[in-house]
Structures are given as C-alpha cells and as structure tokens.
Design a protein. Sequence first.
Length: 319
Amino acid sequence: MSETAGTDTIVLTPTWAGDLDHFRLLRASLARSPLAALEHHVVVQTEDLPLFRKFAEEPNVVLRSTAEVLPPIVEKHRRRARHIGAHAGRHLTRISGSLRRTLGWPRWPSYTGWHTQQLCKLAVASERERATTIVLDSDVVVTPSAHINDFRTPGAVVCFAQWQPLSSLRGKVRKWVDNAAELTDTIPTSEAQNVNTYFDTPFVLDGEVLRAMLSYLEARSGLPWWQHLLNQPPRRWSEFGLYKQYLKTWSRQPVDWRAPEQMHYLFDTSNAAAVVKQVTHLFQRPDIHYITLHSQSSGKHDWGASDYTESLLEWINTL
C-alpha cells in the first residue's frame, strides 16, 4: 500500500490549454512519485476540456471543468474575459487592467484566467472541512524524493514561509501583502514587521482554516466570498497572501511555518538542452522534492515547455 493511502489529502491543479505541455510533465512525474496515490483534482477551463480528457483515464485523476467549480455568473464572465483578452492582446489587456484599478471600468480584467484560477483553488480546497489540499501549479515537476510529510505535521497546520521585513517589499508582492492585510483588518503597525513572502507552489490549504476564512470574508463584506474577491482591483489580491494573513492573525490552529527548503526553481528555461540537463540532475538529489520550470521571466519573455517536454517525458517514463 502506498504511504499516502488513507490520508484525507488531495492534490489540486487549475490549468488550461496554454499550460498543457507543462501539465504533461507534472502528471508524468506525479504518477511516478510517492504521492501517486493521492487524488489529483484537475480543474480545466471548460472550453479546453477536450485537450485534457485523456488524463481522466489515469488512476486517481479527477478531471473537472471551471463550469463545475465556479458560480455560473463567474463562469460566464470568465469566458467573456478570455474572448476579449485573446482579441485585445497583452498590451491592451494590461491597459484595461490599469483602467479597472483606477476607474473601476471595464469589468472584464477582473475575470481573466489568473483570477478565476485562484477562485477555483479556494472553491475546491474548501469543499471538505477535514481535508488538506496540496496546490501544484502546472509548471511543477515532482521528484522521487517527494513525501507526504512535506505537507503535514501532527497537531498543526503546515504553511510554507519565507520571512522578510515589510519595508523591503516592492512591486506585486508588496501589493499582495498590503491587500491581504486590508481584507483581514490587520494593517501592520510597522514597516519593520516581518511578513511571509512565499507565493509559490507547492502550497498547502487546510480545509477547516479555509472555510473559516471564507466565512469571515462573507461576514465582513456582506457578499459571497468570491464576489468580494472579484471586487478587489485586478492583480492586486492573492489567494495565498490572504490565506497566510488569515492563518497568522485569526486562525486558532497551531501553525508549522516551514521553510520551503525542498523546492527548486528554474527561472531561465530558454535553453531546452540546459533544462533537460538540470532537471535530470536535480532528480537525483534527495534534498530536492519539487522543481518549478517557469515559462516566463518577469513577464519579459515567453518560453514554452514544448522544446524540452518530449525529452523529459521520455526520460521520466524510464524511471
């Protein structure tokens, strides 16, 4: 029996057509890892579902569409936002998002895939109060050294953490931290205060804590939690930032703030041969459990996974 059998823990990955190559690597590596027996809930944008149907045939994969997970009105706006964004292009989409933040119009930038994927994570992870959800983005590769104990501590909730003074934060991370503090009524009293700046995956969501957090948002705003979040300025809120702030401030659960020491990140994936060499080397290291293959660098370059996918898949399938 697998070491993960019988645990009330699931893996969750929201994804879409643009992440298909990365997702193929995630599935291949996860299926050959010590976490293979966990249910893997895969939430796919509804119109992309045919591209992912074959994965539903794999053991423990639960394939779901955004139409099944999101409220109908959110799914409607998500489809519209994707259509507009595809025709507008990146530059106009960025301008539209800026207008939404400053003028409150147009609405559609708040419903893009980046935002609705966050809602999907919260919706699925809150379905079962006694469950733990391990969020893995599509660009993660799981190594043979991964272990269920990476995500659990007896009597406590695990949350990965990297601590930095608030005064040192800039850009999107500072905005996410500030918004999470505002949403939880925990405005910091000092710029010297240390805050948790870990926003990557793997990320752990505890069902009991998450349900309490969503109830808190609804009681505070008088709105459904998802509507309250969508009312925030686009790209200024983070589901992980909000969860971490709530966990630190309001949750009564003991927390194991754990350093993400078993994660490794490849930020430059422009050279396919170098990526293959690095990943195959990292797989042999027992201290590396999860590798993230970023598809872009600071939003300035797009590096798809197709150039190295086949080589890595062929190699992983021999393990």
